[in-house]
Design a protein. Sequence first.
Length: 273
Amino acid sequence: MDPAVDAVAHPVAHLCESPSGAVTLLRMNGSGTAPAVPRPAYRRLSVEQRRSQLLSAALGLFAQRAPEDVSLDDVATAAEVSRPLVYRYFPGGKQQLYEAALRSAADILEGCFAEPETGPLTHRLAHALDRYLAFVDEHDAGFSALLQGGSVVETARTNAIVDEVRRAAADQILRHLGVPEPGIRLRMTVRMWISAVEGASLIWLDEDKQPSLDELRDWLVDHFVALLTATAARDPQTARVTRAALKLEAPDGPLGDLARRVLPVVGDATHLL
């Protein structure tokens, strides 16, 4: 336990080491044979700081275990506070704490796709995926429990929070595509890719985090370009968006590399033209 916390928990005594190396219990009221050791000052946390501390402890536990395997006692121990204190901030108990932790995680995930709207689209997607996949890597067990469902603490509210993340990510990508009023095919294309990113993340965890994060990121960017191109063949709006995006790509960039790898594969398909 932190010395400051320990001093508060035991206000009349403090552990110190004697010259002989033995640990001696000295009275703090000055009645002992040795001088009293001053207590470290206890730093009070504001309401918001304490709430953030508890949420951080809960997120750390949910990252390692499924929600149903985490108790309020676990959270209290991780935060080095008492169980009643956890209840003071989350009177609804574990369910309220889980939803608050999930909301905190959702805010982080939504922020993953917030990228400056400049430069090649593939670079922007790669930067967003770097942040998203880093979160998946750090919160692997909790991420799996969250997206696979079936948790005993799963409710309509928790499902709505997860769906909000998906919609926010889709809105961010459509903004990067420069489409204020996307048609149904383009909207579906982007949302299909978001689902593919989620699915690939879960499979990646199931496959012992193979391939590497960099390979997975590049693969998912390739998938987005391929999906966008396939939709462009059927939808004029997506075709315009795709042409505009391609103009910003460089020959030595990710899309140039993809084109060089794809051409040998489709080179023998000229009989289809």
